[in-house]
Write a protein that binds this ligand. Structure first.
Ligand SMILES: Cc1ncc(COP(=O)(O)O)c(C=O)c1O
Length: 372
């Protein structure tokens, strides 16, 4: 019997191999200096990431979730304010809005891009609405032009949830540089991932930058002095040292992800699957490669039997989570999100995936459709 050729959904070891010696040297430097609290690597990474995104400031945090909560607080969002966001996201977006004291108000998505549908936003604006948090889902920017127009008309702050979109672009501008602030995750599976947890806020606004620096570090202004109630959410020096090795390769990683996506697009275009679409004027960085199938669960099982890892991002929409019960949403409120949650399937995608791997996965998908 042929041995099964396994292709995991993510492969952190494959990514580590080529950078191992550089990472180990960076860690030795950290341990030699033992400057562990907002040390030199955090400070340098903040400058490097701001330059990468094209913003004046970047403020490292303990996670992407904290980056969103802290950016909202730094932008003046207060208890009881309403913040509009998408129903189709990782739950942390809603959680971060709640952590900032605000109420998440969900909006359905554009079925072509899976990003928030700008045409549905204005209906949800009330006197309490203070901000919009569009999520650049799967690595493709939300439709920021109309979102910024709405925000301008209603005097709302736009905080980008760019946790899946390092390097993605809208009209030539990098995500994270379009709203008043952008929020990124360095969770280890992300396009720029640490080997643990981390996040960062990008902004051109000096006031938001200053407040975010306070909020992430106990409101600490000088030794023994705290001006505001904040959090303990500093980016860790060890993770920053690792991220500095990886940020140099981020463009290369993005190009490889785009090549994997192009391979799948070519090899799967004649199947019944709905494939991802890169909208005009946007640069997709394919944090996830998500297809849609009416037979999603059977296809997922077929691929699992063949040793191929897949995922569902996400199976249960944010507005229907138990934790969001108090916000009064019901099944049927977000028809597009609810429909696609039954059909979406994420195929393996990471920079180290070879052409042969992409052919193998695509072959197994085509094999499934021959048998249906
Ligand atoms: C869209 C989105 N928002 C927020 C987050 C939260 O980031 P973290 O896990 O770093 O807290 C994530 C990642 O997990 C995400 O994918």
């Amino acid at each position: 019997m042929d041995e099964i050729r396994k292709i995991p959904f993510v492969d952190l070891k494959a990514g580590f191999g080529p950078i191992k010696s550089e990472v180990m040297a960076a860690l030795e430097d950290v341990f030699a200096g033992m400057n562990l609290n907002l040390g030199p690597n955090v400070q340098s990474l903040e400058q490097e990431f701001a330059a990468y995104c094209g913003t004046k400031h970047a403020i490292g945090t303990g996670s992407g979730t904290d980056a969103i909560a802290i950016a909202l607080m730094a932008a003046g969002i207060k208890s009881g304010d309403e913040v509009i966001t998408t129903a189709h996201t990782f739950f942390a977006t809603a959680e971060a809005i709640s952590c900032a004291g605000a109420v998440p108000v969900f909006v359905d998505i554009d079925p072509a891009t899976y990003d928030i549908d700008p045409l549905l936003i204005e209906k949800k604006i009330t006197k309490k609405t203070k901000a919009i948090v569009p999520v650049h889902m799967y690595g493709q920017s939300a439709e920021m032009g109309p979102i910024l127009d709405i925000a301008r008309r209603h005097r709302l702050k736009v905080i980008e949830d760019a946790c899946q979109a390092h390097g993605a672009e809208y009209s030539g501008k990098r995500c994270g540089s379009i709203g008043v602030a952008g929020c990124f995750s360095f969770y280890y599976t992300k396009n720029l991932g640490s080997y643990g947890e981390g996040g960062i806020i990008t902004t051109n606004d000096p006031d938001i930058a200053e407040k975010a620096r306070l909020f992430r570090n106990h409101g600490h202004v000088s030794k023994y002095e705290h001006s505001v109630m904040g959090y303990n959410s500093r980016l860790d020096e060890i993770q920053a040292a690792i991220l500095r090795v990886k940020i140099k390769r981020l463009e290369e990683y993005t190009n490889s992800r785009r090549a994997v996506a192009a391979g799948y697009n070519e090899l799967l275009c004649n199947t019944p699957l709905i494939l991802p679409v890169e909208a005009s004027g946007r640069k997709h960085v394919y944090h996830l490669y998500v297809v849609r199938s009416k037979e999603r669960d059977k296809l997922m099982q077929h691929l699992a039997d063949a040793g191929i890892g897949t995922g569902i991002h996400y199976k249960n929409p944010a507005h229907l989570q138990e934790a969001c019960k108090a916000y009064g949403c019901r099944k049927g409120d977000m028809p597009v999100t609810e429909k696609i949650c039954e059909e979406i399937l994420s195929l393996p995608i990471y920079p180290e995936l070879t052409d042969a791997d992409v052919e193998h996965v695509s072959g197994k998908v085509r094999e499934f459709y021959k048998g249906v």
